[in-house]
Design a protein around this ligand. Structure first.
Ligand code: SF4
Ligand code: F3S
Length: 104
């Protein structure tokens, strides 16, 4: 599977949802997640994310993000249409510690 990590938080560009062939992105207040059981591993979303928040689960440290993505994908509504990024997306892009600072 692929996962969304904390680089998405406070940016939420949503370019990713436009390309996913199985509509497996789910939307929270300030980030999206991928449902790991629905993702078919096609990889087309990874290069679409301006924040580089989408990674394959084969990357180091991805395991905790798989659990995180599954947990919230089961709670949040699906998103299939691109929308405007969050208001401070450009300033927040690349910032460290986003999970602690902005996730809600
Ligand atoms: Fe969707 Fe493919 Fe990205 Fe998985 S890897 S979330 S199936 S676009
Ligand atoms: Fe987030 Fe990147 Fe999609 S910032 S909403 S994973 S395009």
């Amino acid at each position: 599977t692929y996962i969304v990590n904390d680089a998405c938080i406070a940016c939420k560009y949503t370019d990713c949802v436009e390309v996913c062939p199985v509509d497996c992105f789910y939307e929270g207040e300030n980030m999206l997640v991928i449902h790991p059981d629905e993702c078919i591993d096609c990889g087309v979303c990874e290069p679409e994310c301006p924040a580089e928040a989408i990674k394959p689960d084969t990357e180091p440290g991805a395991e905790e993000w798989v659990d995180f993505n599954r947990k919230y994908a089961e709670k949040w509504p699906v998103i299939i249409t691109k929308k405007d990024p969050l208001p401070n997306a450009e300033e927040r892009d690349g910032e460290d510690g986003k999970l602690e600072k902005y996730f809600s």
